[in-house]
Design a protein around this ligand. Structure first.
Ligand code: UGA
Length: 440
Protein backbone atom coordinates (compact mmCIF):
# COMPACT_ATOMS: atom_id res chain seq x y z
CA UNK A 1 0.00 0.00 0.00
CA UNK A 2 1.30 3.48 -0.88
CA UNK A 3 1.66 6.19 1.74
CA UNK A 4 -1.05 8.19 0.00
CA UNK A 5 -3.75 5.63 -0.74
CA UNK A 6 -5.71 5.94 -3.95
CA UNK A 7 -9.34 6.65 -3.14
CA UNK A 8 -12.73 5.83 -4.57
CA UNK A 9 -15.99 7.55 -3.73
CA UNK A 10 -19.13 5.54 -4.37
CA UNK A 11 -22.27 7.67 -4.72
CA UNK A 12 -21.86 11.19 -6.11
CA UNK A 13 -24.66 13.10 -4.41
CA UNK A 14 -24.04 16.13 -2.17
CA UNK A 15 -21.80 14.13 0.17
CA UNK A 16 -19.90 12.01 -2.34
CA UNK A 17 -19.20 14.73 -4.89
CA UNK A 18 -17.94 17.09 -2.20
CA UNK A 19 -15.82 14.36 -0.65
CA UNK A 20 -14.32 13.30 -3.99
CA UNK A 21 -13.44 16.84 -5.08
CA UNK A 22 -12.05 17.86 -1.68
CA UNK A 23 -9.87 14.75 -1.45
CA UNK A 24 -8.30 15.68 -4.80
CA UNK A 25 -7.76 19.20 -3.47
CA UNK A 26 -5.97 17.58 -0.51
CA UNK A 27 -3.61 15.82 -2.92
CA UNK A 28 -5.16 12.36 -3.47
CA UNK A 29 -5.95 10.51 -6.70
CA UNK A 30 -9.67 9.86 -6.70
CA UNK A 31 -12.24 7.99 -8.77
CA UNK A 32 -15.93 8.72 -8.28
CA UNK A 33 -18.70 6.24 -9.11
CA UNK A 34 -22.44 6.59 -9.49
CA UNK A 35 -25.05 4.34 -11.05
CA UNK A 36 -26.67 7.44 -12.58
CA UNK A 37 -24.97 7.79 -15.98
CA UNK A 38 -26.22 11.31 -16.60
CA UNK A 39 -24.75 12.51 -13.30
CA UNK A 40 -21.40 10.90 -14.12
CA UNK A 41 -21.36 12.47 -17.59
CA UNK A 42 -21.98 15.92 -16.12
CA UNK A 43 -19.30 15.48 -13.45
CA UNK A 44 -16.82 14.22 -16.02
CA UNK A 45 -17.47 17.42 -18.01
CA UNK A 46 -16.66 19.43 -14.87
CA UNK A 47 -20.29 20.30 -14.02
CA UNK A 48 -21.59 20.00 -10.44
CA UNK A 49 -25.21 18.74 -10.71
CA UNK A 50 -26.41 20.76 -7.67
CA UNK A 51 -25.76 24.13 -6.04
CA UNK A 52 -22.95 24.20 -3.49
CA UNK A 53 -20.84 27.35 -3.06
CA UNK A 54 -17.17 26.87 -3.96
CA UNK A 55 -17.57 23.34 -5.33
CA UNK A 56 -17.81 24.14 -9.09
CA UNK A 57 -14.57 26.17 -8.87
CA UNK A 58 -12.75 23.28 -7.16
CA UNK A 59 -14.12 20.71 -9.61
CA UNK A 60 -13.05 22.72 -12.63
CA UNK A 61 -9.64 23.31 -11.05
CA UNK A 62 -9.11 19.54 -10.88
CA UNK A 63 -11.09 18.35 -13.92
CA UNK A 64 -8.14 18.33 -16.28
CA UNK A 65 -5.43 17.41 -13.75
CA UNK A 66 -5.90 13.65 -14.33
CA UNK A 67 -6.20 13.20 -10.55
CA UNK A 68 -9.98 12.95 -10.59
CA UNK A 69 -12.13 10.79 -12.82
CA UNK A 70 -15.65 9.48 -12.82
CA UNK A 71 -17.10 6.14 -13.87
CA UNK A 72 -20.11 3.87 -13.62
CA UNK A 73 -17.94 0.73 -13.48
CA UNK A 74 -17.41 -1.02 -10.15
CA UNK A 75 -14.70 -3.09 -11.76
CA UNK A 76 -12.70 0.02 -12.62
CA UNK A 77 -13.15 1.41 -9.11
CA UNK A 78 -11.99 -1.84 -7.46
CA UNK A 79 -8.98 -2.02 -9.74
CA UNK A 80 -7.94 1.56 -8.94
CA UNK A 81 -8.48 2.30 -5.24
CA UNK A 82 -6.95 1.21 -1.93
CA UNK A 83 -9.62 2.91 0.18
CA UNK A 84 -13.26 3.01 -0.93
CA UNK A 85 -15.69 5.51 0.58
CA UNK A 86 -19.38 4.57 0.44
CA UNK A 87 -21.32 7.84 0.24
CA UNK A 88 -24.77 6.78 -0.97
CA UNK A 89 -28.03 8.16 0.43
CA UNK A 90 -30.18 6.65 3.18
CA UNK A 91 -33.56 8.36 2.71
CA UNK A 92 -36.63 7.81 4.86
CA UNK A 93 -38.73 4.85 3.73
CA UNK A 94 -42.06 5.87 2.18
CA UNK A 95 -44.79 5.82 4.82
CA UNK A 96 -42.40 4.69 7.57
CA UNK A 97 -39.96 6.27 9.99
CA UNK A 98 -37.05 3.91 9.29
CA UNK A 99 -34.14 4.50 6.91
CA UNK A 100 -34.14 2.90 3.47
CA UNK A 101 -30.81 1.06 3.26
CA UNK A 102 -31.24 -0.25 -0.25
CA UNK A 103 -28.55 2.00 -1.78
CA UNK A 104 -26.02 1.06 0.91
CA UNK A 105 -26.71 -2.64 0.41
CA UNK A 106 -26.50 -2.30 -3.32
CA UNK A 107 -23.14 -0.46 -3.11
CA UNK A 108 -21.64 -3.22 -0.96
CA UNK A 109 -23.17 -5.97 -3.09
CA UNK A 110 -21.86 -4.44 -6.31
CA UNK A 111 -18.37 -3.56 -5.08
CA UNK A 112 -17.48 -6.66 -3.02
CA UNK A 113 -17.16 -9.28 -5.81
CA UNK A 114 -14.52 -7.09 -7.52
CA UNK A 115 -12.27 -6.72 -4.46
CA UNK A 116 -9.36 -9.07 -5.07
CA UNK A 117 -6.66 -7.56 -2.81
CA UNK A 118 -6.42 -6.15 0.69
CA UNK A 119 -8.35 -2.86 0.72
CA UNK A 120 -10.36 -0.81 3.18
CA UNK A 121 -14.03 -0.08 2.53
CA UNK A 122 -15.28 2.90 4.54
CA UNK A 123 -18.97 3.59 5.17
CA UNK A 124 -19.75 7.31 5.32
CA UNK A 125 -23.52 7.17 4.86
CA UNK A 126 -25.71 7.92 7.90
CA UNK A 127 -27.07 4.55 9.01
CA UNK A 128 -28.98 2.98 11.91
CA UNK A 129 -26.91 1.29 14.63
CA UNK A 130 -25.98 -2.25 13.59
CA UNK A 131 -25.73 -1.56 9.85
CA UNK A 132 -21.91 -1.60 9.74
CA UNK A 133 -21.74 -5.04 11.36
CA UNK A 134 -24.33 -6.29 8.87
CA UNK A 135 -22.43 -4.79 5.89
CA UNK A 136 -19.18 -6.35 7.08
CA UNK A 137 -20.79 -9.80 6.94
CA UNK A 138 -22.36 -9.10 3.59
CA UNK A 139 -19.07 -7.88 2.13
CA UNK A 140 -17.08 -10.83 3.48
CA UNK A 141 -19.62 -13.27 2.02
CA UNK A 142 -19.23 -11.74 -1.46
CA UNK A 143 -15.58 -10.83 -1.77
CA UNK A 144 -12.91 -13.16 -3.16
CA UNK A 145 -10.21 -11.47 -1.00
CA UNK A 146 -10.45 -12.61 2.62
CA UNK A 147 -8.38 -9.60 3.72
CA UNK A 148 -10.88 -6.87 2.91
CA UNK A 149 -11.77 -4.72 5.93
CA UNK A 150 -14.56 -2.34 6.80
CA UNK A 151 -14.50 0.93 8.76
CA UNK A 152 -17.23 3.47 9.54
CA UNK A 153 -16.40 7.17 9.19
CA UNK A 154 -19.50 9.38 9.59
CA UNK A 155 -19.62 12.72 7.81
CA UNK A 156 -20.73 15.97 9.46
CA UNK A 157 -20.69 18.43 6.56
CA UNK A 158 -23.43 21.02 6.23
CA UNK A 159 -24.88 21.89 2.84
CA UNK A 160 -23.86 25.42 1.91
CA UNK A 161 -20.55 24.97 3.79
CA UNK A 162 -19.73 21.52 2.46
CA UNK A 163 -16.28 22.36 1.04
CA UNK A 164 -15.13 24.18 4.17
CA UNK A 165 -16.53 21.42 6.45
CA UNK A 166 -14.76 18.70 4.43
CA UNK A 167 -11.39 20.43 4.21
CA UNK A 168 -11.49 21.66 7.82
CA UNK A 169 -13.84 19.41 9.82
CA UNK A 170 -14.42 19.86 13.58
CA UNK A 171 -13.38 16.23 14.12
CA UNK A 172 -12.89 12.89 12.41
CA UNK A 173 -14.54 9.75 13.74
CA UNK A 174 -13.06 6.38 12.81
CA UNK A 175 -15.06 3.27 13.68
CA UNK A 176 -12.58 0.42 13.14
CA UNK A 177 -11.86 -3.20 14.00
CA UNK A 178 -8.07 -3.15 13.63
CA UNK A 179 -4.94 -1.00 13.84
CA UNK A 180 -4.46 -1.57 10.11
CA UNK A 181 -7.87 0.00 9.33
CA UNK A 182 -7.07 2.97 11.59
CA UNK A 183 -3.72 3.48 9.84
CA UNK A 184 -5.37 3.40 6.39
CA UNK A 185 -7.84 6.04 7.52
CA UNK A 186 -5.07 8.15 9.03
CA UNK A 187 -3.25 7.92 5.67
CA UNK A 188 -6.45 8.84 3.80
CA UNK A 189 -6.95 11.96 5.97
CA UNK A 190 -3.28 12.81 6.63
CA UNK A 191 -3.42 16.47 5.50
CA UNK A 192 -6.54 17.07 7.61
CA UNK A 193 -5.03 15.40 10.69
CA UNK A 194 -1.77 17.33 10.26
CA UNK A 195 -3.66 20.60 10.79
CA UNK A 196 -4.64 19.45 14.29
CA UNK A 197 -8.14 18.05 13.61
CA UNK A 198 -9.11 15.81 16.56
CA UNK A 199 -9.58 12.12 15.72
CA UNK A 200 -11.89 9.88 17.75
CA UNK A 201 -11.07 6.21 17.17
CA UNK A 202 -13.86 3.89 18.26
CA UNK A 203 -15.95 0.83 17.39
CA UNK A 204 -18.57 0.52 14.63
CA UNK A 205 -21.64 0.97 16.84
CA UNK A 206 -20.30 4.14 18.44
CA UNK A 207 -19.26 5.62 15.09
CA UNK A 208 -22.76 5.03 13.73
CA UNK A 209 -24.36 6.52 16.83
CA UNK A 210 -22.11 9.60 16.96
CA UNK A 211 -23.69 10.76 13.72
CA UNK A 212 -27.34 10.26 14.71
CA UNK A 213 -26.66 11.62 18.20
CA UNK A 214 -25.10 14.79 16.73
CA UNK A 215 -28.03 15.39 14.36
CA UNK A 216 -30.55 14.60 17.13
CA UNK A 217 -28.88 17.14 19.41
CA UNK A 218 -28.96 19.82 16.71
CA UNK A 219 -32.63 19.11 15.95
CA UNK A 220 -33.42 19.21 19.66
CA UNK A 221 -31.68 22.55 20.07
CA UNK A 222 -33.73 24.08 17.24
CA UNK A 223 -36.98 22.61 18.55
CA UNK A 224 -36.15 23.81 22.07
CA UNK A 225 -35.97 27.43 20.92
CA UNK A 226 -39.09 26.93 18.79
CA UNK A 227 -40.93 25.56 21.82
CA UNK A 228 -39.89 28.73 23.64
CA UNK A 229 -41.28 30.66 20.65
CA UNK A 230 -44.67 29.01 21.24
CA UNK A 231 -44.59 30.16 24.86
CA UNK A 232 -43.47 33.65 23.78
CA UNK A 233 -46.46 33.86 21.45
CA UNK A 234 -48.90 33.50 24.35
CA UNK A 235 -46.99 35.66 26.83
CA UNK A 236 -46.10 38.52 24.50
CA UNK A 237 -42.36 37.83 24.93
CA UNK A 238 -39.79 38.04 22.14
CA UNK A 239 -37.97 34.79 21.34
CA UNK A 240 -35.17 36.54 19.43
CA UNK A 241 -34.19 38.53 22.56
CA UNK A 242 -34.63 35.40 24.69
CA UNK A 243 -32.37 33.39 22.38
CA UNK A 244 -29.76 36.14 22.38
CA UNK A 245 -29.83 36.34 26.17
CA UNK A 246 -29.55 32.60 26.91
CA UNK A 247 -26.96 32.10 24.16
CA UNK A 248 -24.46 34.37 25.93
CA UNK A 249 -24.06 31.56 28.45
CA UNK A 250 -21.34 29.66 26.64
CA UNK A 251 -22.66 26.36 27.97
CA UNK A 252 -25.71 27.09 25.77
CA UNK A 253 -24.18 29.13 22.90
CA UNK A 254 -25.89 31.05 20.11
CA UNK A 255 -25.46 28.50 17.33
CA UNK A 256 -28.56 26.58 16.20
CA UNK A 257 -30.71 28.71 18.46
CA UNK A 258 -32.50 30.67 15.73
CA UNK A 259 -36.24 30.40 16.22
CA UNK A 260 -38.44 30.34 13.14
CA UNK A 261 -39.99 27.94 10.69
CA UNK A 262 -37.74 25.12 11.88
CA UNK A 263 -35.57 22.48 10.34
CA UNK A 264 -35.94 20.59 7.08
CA UNK A 265 -33.56 19.06 4.56
CA UNK A 266 -32.40 15.59 3.73
CA UNK A 267 -30.81 14.93 7.12
CA UNK A 268 -32.21 16.20 10.43
CA UNK A 269 -35.89 15.22 9.91
CA UNK A 270 -35.22 11.74 8.50
CA UNK A 271 -32.35 11.05 10.88
CA UNK A 272 -34.38 11.66 14.04
CA UNK A 273 -37.20 9.52 12.64
CA UNK A 274 -34.84 6.69 11.71
CA UNK A 275 -33.37 6.91 15.21
CA UNK A 276 -36.84 6.60 16.76
CA UNK A 277 -37.53 3.56 14.53
CA UNK A 278 -34.23 1.86 15.30
CA UNK A 279 -34.52 2.52 19.06
CA UNK A 280 -37.95 0.86 18.87
CA UNK A 281 -36.48 -2.23 17.22
CA UNK A 282 -33.77 -2.35 19.89
CA UNK A 283 -36.32 -2.01 22.72
CA UNK A 284 -35.00 1.36 23.93
CA UNK A 285 -37.87 3.52 22.62
CA UNK A 286 -38.14 5.44 25.88
CA UNK A 287 -34.58 6.72 25.61
CA UNK A 288 -35.41 8.74 22.50
CA UNK A 289 -39.16 9.28 22.84
CA UNK A 290 -38.43 13.03 23.29
CA UNK A 291 -37.42 13.06 19.62
CA UNK A 292 -41.09 12.58 18.70
CA UNK A 293 -41.82 15.85 20.47
CA UNK A 294 -38.82 17.46 18.75
CA UNK A 295 -40.35 16.43 15.39
CA UNK A 296 -43.83 17.62 16.40
CA UNK A 297 -42.67 21.02 17.67
CA UNK A 298 -40.85 21.42 14.37
CA UNK A 299 -43.92 20.56 12.27
CA UNK A 300 -46.21 22.77 14.39
CA UNK A 301 -44.14 25.81 13.31
CA UNK A 302 -45.22 25.19 9.74
CA UNK A 303 -48.89 25.13 10.71
CA UNK A 304 -48.41 28.28 12.81
CA UNK A 305 -46.89 30.10 9.83
CA UNK A 306 -49.95 29.28 7.72
CA UNK A 307 -52.12 30.70 10.55
CA UNK A 308 -50.09 33.91 10.80
CA UNK A 309 -50.81 34.60 7.14
CA UNK A 310 -54.52 33.93 7.69
CA UNK A 311 -54.64 36.46 10.54
CA UNK A 312 -53.49 39.14 8.15
CA UNK A 313 -56.22 38.53 5.55
CA UNK A 314 -59.26 37.91 7.67
CA UNK A 315 -59.40 34.14 7.79
CA UNK A 316 -59.37 32.89 4.19
CA UNK A 317 -56.66 32.47 1.59
CA UNK A 318 -59.21 32.16 -1.20
CA UNK A 319 -58.78 34.91 -3.80
CA UNK A 320 -55.58 36.27 -2.29
CA UNK A 321 -52.11 36.43 -3.84
CA UNK A 322 -49.39 35.09 -1.56
CA UNK A 323 -45.70 35.74 -2.32
CA UNK A 324 -43.58 32.91 -0.93
CA UNK A 325 -39.95 34.00 -0.67
CA UNK A 326 -37.82 30.88 -0.43
CA UNK A 327 -38.15 27.24 -1.50
CA UNK A 328 -34.82 25.73 -0.40
CA UNK A 329 -34.75 24.19 3.08
CA UNK A 330 -32.06 26.72 3.99
CA UNK A 331 -30.10 29.48 2.23
CA UNK A 332 -27.04 28.77 0.05
CA UNK A 333 -28.58 25.50 -1.09
CA UNK A 334 -30.88 24.34 -3.90
CA UNK A 335 -32.02 21.39 -1.80
CA UNK A 336 -35.78 21.23 -1.30
CA UNK A 337 -35.99 17.90 0.52
CA UNK A 338 -38.51 18.27 3.37
CA UNK A 339 -38.39 22.02 2.85
CA UNK A 340 -40.48 23.89 5.45
CA UNK A 341 -40.96 26.74 2.94
CA UNK A 342 -42.46 24.50 0.25
CA UNK A 343 -44.58 22.71 2.81
CA UNK A 344 -46.13 26.03 3.86
CA UNK A 345 -46.54 27.10 0.21
CA UNK A 346 -48.31 23.83 -0.67
CA UNK A 347 -50.57 24.08 2.37
CA UNK A 348 -51.65 27.63 1.44
CA UNK A 349 -52.18 26.50 -2.15
CA UNK A 350 -54.51 23.73 -0.92
CA UNK A 351 -56.46 26.33 1.04
CA UNK A 352 -57.18 28.24 -2.16
CA UNK A 353 -54.41 30.87 -2.02
CA UNK A 354 -52.94 32.08 -5.30
CA UNK A 355 -49.34 31.20 -4.38
CA UNK A 356 -46.24 32.43 -6.25
CA UNK A 357 -42.89 31.06 -5.17
CA UNK A 358 -39.48 32.63 -5.73
CA UNK A 359 -36.07 31.27 -4.69
CA UNK A 360 -32.63 32.35 -5.94
CA UNK A 361 -31.42 28.75 -6.54
CA UNK A 362 -34.03 26.09 -5.84
CA UNK A 363 -36.73 26.82 -8.45
CA UNK A 364 -35.95 23.87 -10.76
CA UNK A 365 -36.02 21.37 -7.91
CA UNK A 366 -39.14 22.99 -6.44
CA UNK A 367 -40.97 22.84 -9.78
CA UNK A 368 -40.27 19.12 -10.07
CA UNK A 369 -41.43 18.38 -6.51
CA UNK A 370 -44.49 20.68 -6.49
CA UNK A 371 -45.67 21.20 -10.08
CA UNK A 372 -49.02 22.41 -8.73
CA UNK A 373 -47.49 25.69 -7.48
CA UNK A 374 -46.69 28.79 -9.56
CA UNK A 375 -43.09 29.97 -9.76
CA UNK A 376 -41.46 33.24 -10.81
CA UNK A 377 -37.85 33.99 -11.68
CA UNK A 378 -37.32 37.20 -9.73
CA UNK A 379 -38.08 38.76 -6.39
CA UNK A 380 -39.79 41.69 -8.12
CA UNK A 381 -42.23 39.41 -9.94
CA UNK A 382 -43.05 37.60 -6.72
CA UNK A 383 -43.77 40.83 -4.83
CA UNK A 384 -45.91 42.46 -7.50
CA UNK A 385 -49.52 42.52 -6.37
CA UNK A 386 -49.00 40.35 -3.29
CA UNK A 387 -51.61 40.48 -0.52
CA UNK A 388 -49.29 38.70 1.91
CA UNK A 389 -45.50 38.31 1.60
CA UNK A 390 -43.88 35.45 3.47
CA UNK A 391 -40.12 35.13 4.03
CA UNK A 392 -39.59 31.40 4.53
CA UNK A 393 -35.89 30.86 3.70
CA UNK A 394 -33.32 33.33 4.99
CA UNK A 395 -31.52 34.24 1.76
CA UNK A 396 -29.54 37.54 1.92
CA UNK A 397 -31.64 38.85 -0.96
CA UNK A 398 -34.72 38.78 1.31
CA UNK A 399 -32.94 40.08 4.38
CA UNK A 400 -31.71 43.07 2.33
CA UNK A 401 -35.19 44.11 1.09
CA UNK A 402 -36.08 47.77 1.60
CA UNK A 403 -39.50 47.92 3.30
CA UNK A 404 -40.37 51.29 1.66
CA UNK A 405 -39.50 50.20 -1.89
CA UNK A 406 -41.13 46.78 -1.48
CA UNK A 407 -44.20 48.50 -0.04
CA UNK A 408 -44.72 50.14 -3.46
CA UNK A 409 -44.76 46.78 -5.26
CA UNK A 410 -47.22 44.77 -3.20
CA UNK A 411 -51.00 45.12 -3.17
CA UNK A 412 -51.16 45.01 0.65
CA UNK A 413 -48.34 45.52 3.15
CA UNK A 414 -48.68 42.27 5.03
CA UNK A 415 -45.46 40.52 6.03
CA UNK A 416 -44.94 37.11 7.65
CA UNK A 417 -41.29 36.80 8.66
CA UNK A 418 -40.92 33.03 9.02
CA UNK A 419 -37.19 33.22 9.82
CA UNK A 420 -37.02 36.28 12.11
CA UNK A 421 -34.59 38.05 9.80
CA UNK A 422 -36.34 41.38 9.23
CA UNK A 423 -36.33 44.40 11.52
CA UNK A 424 -39.94 44.72 12.80
CA UNK A 425 -39.48 48.39 13.70
CA UNK A 426 -38.35 49.36 10.18
CA UNK A 427 -41.07 47.34 8.48
CA UNK A 428 -43.86 48.66 10.72
CA UNK A 429 -42.58 52.20 10.26
CA UNK A 430 -42.93 51.70 6.50
CA UNK A 431 -46.60 50.87 6.99
CA UNK A 432 -46.43 47.08 7.08
CA UNK A 433 -48.44 44.78 9.28
CA UNK A 434 -45.61 42.52 10.47
CA UNK A 435 -46.05 39.04 11.99
CA UNK A 436 -43.31 36.65 13.04
CA UNK A 437 -42.86 33.38 14.92
CA UNK A 438 -42.33 33.90 18.65
CA UNK A 439 -42.14 37.64 18.37
CA UNK A 440 -44.78 40.33 19.10
C1 UGA B 1 -27.11 18.79 8.99
C2 UGA B 1 -26.03 18.90 10.08
O1 UGA B 1 -25.93 20.26 10.51
C3 UGA B 1 -24.67 18.44 9.54
O2 UGA B 1 -23.69 18.48 10.57
C4 UGA B 1 -24.83 17.00 9.02
O3 UGA B 1 -23.61 16.51 8.47
C5 UGA B 1 -25.89 16.96 7.94
O4 UGA B 1 -27.14 17.43 8.50
C6 UGA B 1 -26.04 15.54 7.48
O5 UGA B 1 -26.48 14.71 8.27
O6 UGA B 1 -25.60 15.23 6.37
P1 UGA B 1 -27.78 20.27 6.85
O7 UGA B 1 -28.91 19.31 6.64
O8 UGA B 1 -26.94 20.68 5.70
O9 UGA B 1 -26.74 19.68 7.94
O10 UGA B 1 -28.44 21.58 7.45
P2 UGA B 1 -28.30 22.43 8.78
O11 UGA B 1 -27.38 23.56 8.58
O12 UGA B 1 -28.08 21.55 9.95
O13 UGA B 1 -29.78 23.04 8.88
C7 UGA B 1 -30.89 22.18 9.06
C8 UGA B 1 -32.17 22.96 9.16
O14 UGA B 1 -32.26 23.60 10.42
C9 UGA B 1 -32.38 24.06 8.12
O15 UGA B 1 -33.71 23.93 7.61
C10 UGA B 1 -32.19 25.33 8.88
O16 UGA B 1 -32.94 26.39 8.34
C11 UGA B 1 -32.70 24.93 10.26
N1 UGA B 1 -32.15 25.73 11.37
C12 UGA B 1 -30.83 25.73 11.63
C13 UGA B 1 -33.01 26.47 12.17
O17 UGA B 1 -34.24 26.47 11.98
N2 UGA B 1 -32.51 27.18 13.22
C14 UGA B 1 -31.18 27.20 13.50
O18 UGA B 1 -30.79 27.88 14.48
C15 UGA B 1 -30.31 26.45 12.69
Amino acid sequence: MTERPKLSVIGTGYLGTTHAVCMVELGYDVIGLDVDEEKIERLAKGEVPFFEPGLPELLSKHSSSGKLRFTTSYEEVAEFADVHFICVGTPQKKGEYSADLRHVESAFTSLSPHLTRKVLVVGKSTVPAGTAAHMEKLMRSLTPSKDVELAWNPEFLREGFAVEDTLRPDRLVFGVHSDWAEQQLRAAFAPVIETGTPVVVTDFATAELVKVAANSFLATKISFINAMAEVCETTGADVTALSKAIGYDDRIGHKFLRAGLGFGGGCLPKDIRAFIARAGELGVDQAVSFLREVDEINLRRRARTVELGLDLIDGSYRGTRIAILGAAFKPNSDDIRDSPALDVAASIGRRGGDVVVYDPQALDNARRAHPELAYVNSLDEALTGADVTMVLTEWDEFQDMDPVAVGEQVAQRNMVDGRNILDPVAWRKAGWRYRALGRP
